[in-house]
Design a protein around this ligand. Structure first.
Ligand code: GLY
Ligand code: MN
Ligand code: MN
Length: 451
């Protein structure tokens, strides 16, 4: 644990969850399993976000139990001199109790014998239903141990509930600690983009041959240099028409003078994600056609940002962006108004769809596509079908784009242009705070930055 670790952040969250478990409830939240890459090499380990949210603990092989009376118990890797020589320091159960502020902790080696008794005479058992492969089978096993004691008068939990329903609602509203970390993730991610943009234009201007993966290297350098542990997702660095492939990766394509480059990349800092997209001219100066499409996407992003505030619907930014994009597609004659009608017709008939096929926003937090329902939770008076109302502390991306694949119906100057502009918005009372705007979106500022 680092020396800024504040156990109160996590024990407060556990206390909040405990209150939601009902009478005699217990929750089991495991961390993520290690993932084999090949033979005896694993992928770099990343803890489970739910588990981390409640513990701040990053070691693998750990299970957290929270009881409705407020107690919490951890099963974690035991101290082991030999394993620690090979794999590094382990906190161990004894130290975990003090450091993490738990009621009790055990070695994970005794999980199968020590965990089932903790479920005895509990009425409900909460666990993640769909995020931890193999957990349901483990739960079945632990429950059958408890059920086998029925004749001794011991009851097993009779209600099985998805703990993610509770945790998703908690994680949807970021607390002050999380907001600080997300600001840092936004700042570092933005610095990475600036570094890649400047490297790109200076290389092109000095006639150096450069490739997408080299811009990825600039991003990674900046992220790691600033203390980020991982990228929040695989970086997209797409030169030219590759930008029209939504899930493109930084690959081996050369970056050519005169083309656009789309970078969608964000760092993960202290477990929180940044998620930024910028599209810029490789040589630092937009062509007329590139600029025309860019201006439409930018205007659509401004429109979306302006209706992102406390009390708005999650779908409002998307609708606002669509409206601008529909008009822009007609103005640029990418859509023919004789065939497609006016902007309202374009929206009604979804004729924009071949050029804009994704949503404008997703939740952002510890996971890049963060947890949280996009509809209001069901209650006695309404079904869970109406769009989520934005509240202070929610964080969402705002990422409109246009992707123009070659087609005989579209003016040739626009063929292969793919543009997305993505920022991370923290909902505030009056509007939203953009956490990622240290890297500009204004085309003149981009040209200045790359000059
Ligand atoms: N980079 C993933 C996304 O923008 O959703
Ligand atoms: Mn995104
Ligand atoms: Mn993105």
């Amino acid at each position: 644990m680092n020396n800024t670790f504040d156990l109160n952040i996590y024990s407060d969250r556990r206390a909040r969850l405990a209150k939601l478990l009902g009478q005699d409830g217990v929750a089991i939240i495991p961390t993520a399993p290690e993932q084999q890459r090949n033979r005896d090499s694993n992928f770099l380990y990343r803890h489970d976000s739910y588990f981390y949210y409640l513990t701040g603990f990053t070691e693998p092989n750990a299970y957290l139990l929270i009881f409705s009376d407020g107690r919490s118990v951890l099963f974690c890797q035991p101290k082991d001199m030999e394993r620690e020589i090979w794999d590094g320091y382990r906190l161990g159960p004894e130290e975990a109790v003090k450091t993490l502020g738990l009621s009790n902790a055990h070695s994970v080696n005794v999980l199968s014998t020590e965990l089932p008794p903790l479920l005895e005479n509990k009425s409900s058992l909460w666990y993640p239903f769909s995020t931890h492969k193999g957990l349901t089978a483990q739960i079945d096993q632990w429950l059958s141990v408890v059920q086998s004691k029925a004749r001794a008068g011991i009851r097993a939990p009779s209600q099985l509930r998805d703990v993610c329903l509770l945790l998703d609602e908690m994680r949807l509203i970021k607390d002050t600690h999380e907001v600080e970390l997300m600001r840092a993730a936004g700042r570092i991610s933005a610095a990475g983009h600036i570094k890649a943009m400047q490297f790109c234009s200076s290389s092109i201007k000095s006639n150096q041959r450069i490739y997408e993966y080299q811009l990825e290297a600039e991003l990674l350098y900046e992220f790691r240099r600033s203390g980020s542990e991982f990228t929040a997702y695989s970086s997209i660095v797409a030169s030219g028409a590759n930008a029209c492939v939504l899930h493109y990766r930084a690959d081996k394509a050369p970056i050519n003078n005169g083309e656009l480059v789309l970078i969608d990349a964000g760092c993960e800092y202290a477990s929180y994600a940044g998620d930024i997209t910028r599209t810029f001219p490789a040589n630092g100066v937009f062509t007329k056609a590139q600029r025309a499409v860019y201006d439409v996407v930018l205007e659509s992003q401004y429109a979306a940002v302006s209706c992102t505030h406390n009390g708005a619907l999650f779908t409002d930014p998307h609708q606002a962006a669509l409206k601008v994009l529909a008009k822009g597609l007609l103005d640029l004659r990418i859509l023919d108004s004789n065939k497609c009608g006016n902007p309202d017709d374009v929206l009604t008939n979804k004729t924009y769809f071949p050029f804009y096929m994704h949503r404008t926003s997703h939740w952002l937090g510890m996971d890049v596509h963060d947890c949280g329902s996009y509809t209001e939770p069901a209650n006695e008076t309404q079904n869970a079908s109406s769009s989520r109302v934005l509240r202070e502390g929610m964080v969402l991306t705002i990422e409109p784009g246009l992707y123009i694949r070659p087609s005989p119906d579209v003016p040739e100057v626009f063929h292969g242009i793919g543009i997305r502009i993505e920022d991370d918005a923290l909902v505030t009372g009056a509007g939203c705070e953009l956490l990622s705007r240290d890297v500009p979106v204004d085309p003149l500022q981009i040209e200045k930055l790359m000059a």
